[in-house]
Design a protein around this ligand. Structure first.
Ligand code: ZN
Length: 298
């Protein structure tokens, strides 16, 4: 989801050195995205901090359940496409067996980067051998969807909403293409092609959200659910999770994602060739303005 611009590493200004907090409550690890100033926009700094936190929670035998949450008004506004901490052209020590992206020409740069930080990382977190719960309030938009979707359960506040507006950039959905597995196909088409917000109640109706909560009770509700899960045998939970993930993959989730990942990158390349911008000329500001217009007209 990143435009191609020349490397300007000096331009990166992180507002925090700790974009993710790690807290343990009983047998539950809380991984909390902590860039509330930017609605938890996901840069690579945050991505690798999330991976560190998942790794830590997996390594700690005293932790039986993992919660992914977002500090502040919103769970996640999606991938970072415009904060001062946007670090698209920075090298990181990779966790998967992919080369560095920063010196790659043309479409290879984003193709390589997104294999690692989006598709690859999401798949890695989905396979965590402990139950995971996403605690979602406010916006869960575009890249934010991927973070909620990799969790086994989603608990959302009554004012939460879900949206993938990237068709506006000419792109058929975010990199981790679970849309047509999270929602019935016709609803997934509507969700993507209109790009409108889906409220928590409607998402709950389709089974995308397990439980509804409120801003006041989200933390307690999620902790209570996690403690119930923690009372189950560890190995039984891991095997059950693998069983259901396996069924999803037998239904084509993994192969569909592999196919759509390439459509996603054809779209980035087409936008870059025709407009000189891999996001079809959109940025955080123009996307917010279009959302506002759409909400007003809808
Ligand atoms: Zn992308």
């Amino acid at each position: 989801m990143d435009e191609l611009v020349p490397p300007r590493k000096a331009d990166i200004t992180y507002e925090t050195e700790t974009p993710v907090r790690y807290e343990v409550a009983g047998q539950v690890a809380w991984i909390v995205m902590d860039r509330p100033k930017y609605n938890n926009a996901q840069n690579s700094q945050m991505t690798y901090a999330l991976d560190d936190a998942f790794q830590r929670a997996v390594n700690d035998d005293a932790v039986k359940v993992i919660v992914l949450a977002g500090e502040g008004k919103h769970f996640s506004a999606g991938h970072d496409i415009g904060t001062p901490g946007r670090d698209l052209h920075k090298s990181f020590e990779r966790r998967l067996l992919w080369p560095d992206h920063v010196n790659k020409p043309g479409a290879e740069l984003l193709y390589t980067r997104e294999h690692e930080v989006y598709l690859g990382m999401c798949r890695r977190w989905r396979e965590a051998p402990k139950p995971t719960i996403a605690a979602v309030q406010g916006a869960c938009v575009a890249g934010g969807l991927m973070l909620a979707w990799v969790c086994d359960f989603i608990v959302a506040t009554d004012d939460a909403f879900f949206q993938d507006p990237v068709v506006r950039m000419g792109i058929p959905g975010v990199e981790y293409f679970a849309h047509a597995f999270e929602l019935p196909p016709r609803v997934a088409k509507e969700f993507l092609m209109l790009g409108e917000r889906m409220n928590a109640e409607r998402a709950h109706h389709f089974g995308m959200v397990n439980r509804l909560s409120t801003r006041e009770t989200l933390k307690a509700d999620v902790q209570a659910m996690a403690e119930k899960l923690a009372a189950q045998p560890r190995m039984g939970l891991w095997l059950t999770k693998q069983a259901i993930n396996h069924v999803e993959d037998l239904r084509g989730k993994r192969t569909a994602m592999d196919a759509v990942y390439h459509m996603h990158h054809f779209a980035h390349a087409q936008s870059d060739l025709t407009s000189g911008n891999a996001l079809g000329g959109q940025d955080a500001k123009s996307m917010a303005a279009a959302n506002k217009k759409q909400a007003g007209e809808g």
